[in-house]
Design a protein around this ligand. Structure first.
Ligand code: PMP
Length: 421
């Protein structure tokens, strides 16, 4: 299937215009657009199959339960899990990482134990560990990032110690685009006796992510970046780990029996899914995964790679533009963050918005990483299977306009200052 222009008809939102200009959506790292198959699955669920799951003895409830559990099995096979019970549905990556910190972390970490993260983590793979470390007296350490936006693996080896209980890292950086060598890192972490938690929020949308091949112990993902709805995502973990972990939230659905003083819990994954789950969104995420498979994960990866390589090349034509992260598309995903001379990233995004171009500006929930590069913020363009080279061209034209506008206003300011003097 031809990606880019050839697939845009599947994504109704992409035909929108902004102020009379075609929408150029370059913010898929924040959230992806949804194909009509996913939109239809959502509406079909509520029109045809809506009932609460796992508790009804009537046909509709059984149908809803079967579809919900089919979605789980689908996600399990998408991530190469050994069994469907290894997928716990959560609201997304953030909740999945909090789940690991609050359950496995509380049970296994004590004073002086070390958690080794990296400087390129999203806040969702930092803050839950900070909270846990403060509670348990554990110590946080960070693998530094090199000037070209890669993990310093020598420093990783030095930091990995007998007290390291957990290594947490992002598979693909949402700022630098860097794809980290998870397998290599996981092997070294395991040798040192640590477990590995992988944040796959940015990799799962664009490439095949196989938990066994990565050597992960825990892996978190967000459905809304994978062409699925918001509010659904999950945690994969080896069944034995999940089985040994205490539950997360307490409530209905996660128990086998409740007494006044104590309760007993179901087996994974239900032990971790208290209350009414997000059934429709889980089913629609299953449809999103089917869609990605039908298009072909390799084709998606290649398309995003092509756009990234093209963007890295063309952005060099914009004077004063600095790209953060690897400068070539090898081992790099489709998020390209940059700054432009003295123009604030918010101003860049605002001028581009006037051209119908949607990019993100700010610290992208990665403040420590921005601090590492000595910048408070950056602008970020990010790509998915529906983007085109013409949209990259539009971005470059838009950025040249930003430069012209700001060069004019800064020379006008200089003239004013001169006149006033
Ligand atoms: N990790 C990374 C690398 C991300 O890009 C994001 C989303 N920006 C998250 C974690 C958090 O995902 P969510 O907000 O869907 O929980």
């Amino acid at each position: 299937m031809a990606l880019g222009a050839g697939i845009r008809d599947d994504f109704p939102l992409l035909s929108h215009t902004v102020g009379g200009k075609p929408l150029v959506y370059l913010d898929s790292a924040a959230t992806s657009q949804k194909p009509r198959q996913v939109l239809e699955a959502l509406s079909e669920h509520y029109r045809c199959c809506n009932a609460n799951v796992h508790r009804g003895i009537y046909w509709l409830a059984e149908e809803a339960t079967a579809r919900y559990e089919e979605a789980r099995a689908n996600l399990a096979s998408f991530f190469g899990a050994a069994r469907s019970e290894e997928i716990v549905f959560t609201r997304g990556t953030t909740e999945a990482l909090n789940l690991v910190a609050a359950t496995w972390g509380r049970a296994h970490l004590g004073p002086g134990d070390e958690i080794l993260l990296t400087e390129m983590e999203h806040h969702s793979n930092i803050v839950p560990w900070q909270m846990l470390a403060a509670e348990r007296g554990a110590i946080l350490k960070y693998v530094p990032v090199t000037g070209e936006g890669r993990l310093d693996l020598d420093a990783f080896d030095r930091l990995l110690a007998g007290r390291t209980k957990l290594v947490g890292l992002v598979h693909q950086s949402n700022v630098l685009g860097t794809i980290n060598p998870v397998r290599e890192i996981a092997d070294r972490a395991h040798e040192a006796g640590a477990l590995v938690v992988v944040d796959a929020a940015q990799s799962a949308p664009h490439q095949s992510v196989d938990v066994a091949a990565l050597g992960a112990d825990f892996l978190a993902f967000s459905g809304h970046k994978m062409l699925g709805p918001m509010g659904i995502g999950g945690l994969w973990a080896r069944y034995a780990l999940l089985d040994a972990m205490p539950p997360y939230h307490g409530g209905g659905e996660m128990i086998t029996s409740v007494g006044l003083d104590r309760s007993t819990y179901k087996d994974p994954p239900h032990k971790f899914e208290a209350g009414t789950p997000n059934v429709a969104d889980a089913i629609a995420l299953g449809v999103a995964v089917d869609y990605m498979r039908q298009v072909g994960l390799e084709a998606i990866s290649e398309h995003v790679h092509d756009l990234t390589a093209y963007a890295l090349l063309r952005l060099k034509e914009v004077p004063g533009l600095v790209i953060y992260g690897p400068q070539t598309a090898t081992d790099r995903g489709g998020a390209v963050s940059f700054t432009l001379d003295c123009v604030h990233p918010h101003d860049i995004a605002q001028v581009l918005d006037g051209e119908g171009i949607a990019v993100r500006a700010g610290h992208h929930c990665a403040e420590p990483l921005h601090r590492r590069f000595g910048i408070p913020a950056s602008a970020r363009a990010s790509f998915h299977l529906y983007n085109t080279r013409a949209e990259v061209d539009a971005l470059v034209e838009g950025l040249l306009k930003v430069r012209r506008l700001f060069a004019r206003s800064s020379s006008a300011a200089k003239e004013d200052a001169h006149g006033a003097g």
